[in-house]
Design a protein around this ligand. Structure first.
Ligand code: GLU
Length: 257
């Protein structure tokens, strides 16, 4: 089984941009264990800009393009250094792939990307993918890693896409504002009503929100891959997902209906 896991900045870093050591340690341990159990794991990780913020002592997410790109260049190093260190403890080899929208849109570059990911999986390495934020231009940008993760899942025929977020899943209303909001555990079809309730829920350090997750779910389910939105605050939740427990919100891939 091939699983793409997307982890957002809100799981990896505090709102200060500093590393959330506890989350990262648990997540790398659990992913290593899942890989040991025989699953193929591909990680789509945000955090470059967020961690660059922390390292450069910027007190808010940069708006200016050049500053954002510089922060990403610094933060991506920190991110991969941390992944390399933590996964090495469990004998796993990480590999960084940074992509831009052009790499996805251009047929031969996309094929190269897919071939590299396949080769890394074959070699037993753990591909860690992010958008190349230091190079991507504001006109031509994938823009959020929910979409990137769905594109990756689709491109490599993943069986499951797990999007770890700072929320339990998709709710009937914004749970921060409405205490009666209920978790929707299964979505068979992404209807306009589902899109409407996704609203504009976002986070302080990442760029995603529920809307980008629904867009990602559309890409994923159209390619036949189930997508689950789950809370990354306890990365051990990944075990429950692998065990088939009813966690978060599951969008059902089209061919499986
Ligand atoms: N690629 C961005 C980063 O690493 C994150 C995009 C997102 O939050 O979805 O900071």
């Amino acid at each position: 089984m091939r699983i793409v896991v997307k982890v957002g900045t809100s799981t990896l870093a505090y709102s200060t941009g500093n590393l959330n050591i506890r989350h990262m340690e648990i997540m790398c341990k659990v992913l290593s264990d899942i890989k040991n159990a025989g699953y193929e794991v591909i990680l789509v990780s945000s955090g470059a800009v967020g961690m660059g913020m922390g390292k450069l002592s910027l007190n808010k997410r940069p708006q200016e393009l050049a500053l954002k790109q510089a922060a990403a260049a610094v933060g991506q190093c920190e991110l991969m250094y941390t992944y390399d260190k933590l996964f090495s403890e469990y004998n796993h080899t990480v590999a960084q792939i940074l992509v831009t929208a052009e790499d996805i849109n251009d047929k031969s570059r996309r094929e190269n990307f897919i071939n590299t990911v396949h080769k890394l999986i074959e070699l037993g390495a753990l591909p860690i993918i992010n958008e190349n934020d230091s190079i991507a231009t504001s006109e031509l940008v994938i823009g959020d890693n929910d979409t990137l993760a769905a594109i990756v899942a689709k491109s490599i025929n993943a069986d499951l896409l797990i999007v770890l977020s700072d929320i339990d899943g998709l709710f009937t209303a914004d749970p921060h504002k409405n205490p009666d909001a209920k978790l929707i555990s299964k979505v068979n079809e992404i209807t306009p009503a589902i899109k409407a309730i996704a609203g504009g829920v976002g986070s302080k350090v990442g760029t995603g929100g529920m809307i980008t997750k629904i867009k990602a779910a559309e890409i994923s389910v159209q390619s036949g891959c189930d997508m689950i939105i789950a809370n990354g605050m306890n990365p051990e939740i990944l075990y429950d997902i692998i065990d088939g427990k009813d966690i978060g919100t599951r969008f059902i891939g089209e061919k499986k209906k």
